[in-house]
Design a protein around this ligand. Structure first.
Ligand SMILES: C[S@@+](CC[C@H](N)C(=O)[O-])C[C@H]1O[C@@H](n2cnc3c(N)ncnc32)[C@H](O)[C@@H]1O
Length: 259
């Protein structure tokens, strides 16, 4: 399915590719990623991802936008047999990750995921909050390109932020200032700490984009960020203290459509 349905207009201010790489390298290096909410640090999410990978029995796994934290790749290697992982992120970011955790079954590639190519197809791709450009066209391109790196029938697991999570928190708590950073028509959220606008898709648009990317969506569920670790992170990064007002992400499982 090639028609681009429900595109989002580009914002007025757009980072050029070099500035984007520099931005992410600074985020990871500048403060040791301490000012960013990292989902791969959560054991519950890692167990869920590893469980889904195990069911599909994949051997060759791509982790695009892996970041500088390494617990996801470590868990996959420790908990699944005979896996081979390729982690891709900007050069300065993978350098930090590799210094934290290197393994013979793990290869780091310093590359923009938009241009990453592989001669050997993957059995699975795992995106954890790695599709967060302010450009809808770029997000769509990344999802399509990484889906095309899968063998037919290969598995995509994607964890996506959604603009509804912060809106929901804002509505239930009455803390209306929380929605000041949200622009609903463009599904975007301005990260107050990072000062960048990012698209956090709503379920319907995301569903359609996954289909356009050549995937058959098997499951889209809500992953509540309510573990002890993520509650603490929510308090630290977003000043979230009400035990019921937790953020959430969209957890997707899809397979590359057989042509
Ligand atoms: C929100 S962070 C998530 C990092 C990691 N997946 C985690 O959960 O800890 C988004 C990551 O995607 C990477 N990223 C964004 N756009 C990218 C691109 N075009 N090519 C490669 N990596 C990219 C960033 O450098 C960053 O590490």
């Amino acid at each position: 399915m090639s028609e681009v349905k429900w595109p989002i207009e580009d914002p007025f201010f757009v980072l050029d590719p070099q500035a984007r790489a520099g931005y992410w390298e600074d985020v990871h290096a500048g403060q040791d990623y301490d000012n960013v909410y990292s989902l791969t640090e959560d054991e519950g999410l890692r167990l869920k991802i590893v469980g889904d990978l195990r069911k599909a029995g994949p051997r060759r796994i791509l982790i695009p936008g892996c970041g500088s934290r390494v617990e996801l790749q470590r868990a996959v290697i420790e908990q699944l047999e005979d896996v081979e992982i390729v982690c891709v992120d900007f050069p300065g970011v993978v350098e930090m990750a590799e210094a934290r955790f290197a393994h013979p079954q793990l290869k780091y590639v310093g590359s923009d995921i938009n241009t990453y190519a592989s001669d050997v197809p993957f059995d699975a791709v795992v995106h954890v909050t790695s599709v967060v450009s302010e450009l809808d066209s770029e997000n769509r391109h990344i999802l399509k390109a990484t889906s095309e790196l899968l063998r037919p029938g290969g598995l995509m697991i994607g964890v996506f932020p959604t603009v509804f999570a912060m809106l929901d928190v804002s509505l239930v708590t009455g803390e209306t200032w929380r929605s000041n950073n949200i622009d609903l028509p463009s599904s975007s959220y301005e990260e107050p700490k990072q000062g960048v606008r990012q698209i956090f898709y709503t379920p319907l648009r995301l569903r359609r984009i996954l289909i356009e990317s050549g995937l058959t969506l098997e499951e889209m569920t809500i992953f509540f960020n309510d573990s002890e670790h993520l509650r603490l992170e929510g308090a630290k990064q977003y000043n979230l203290h009400d035990e019921d007002a937790v953020l959430y992400h969209l957890y997707c499982v899809a397979v590359r459509t057989q042509s």
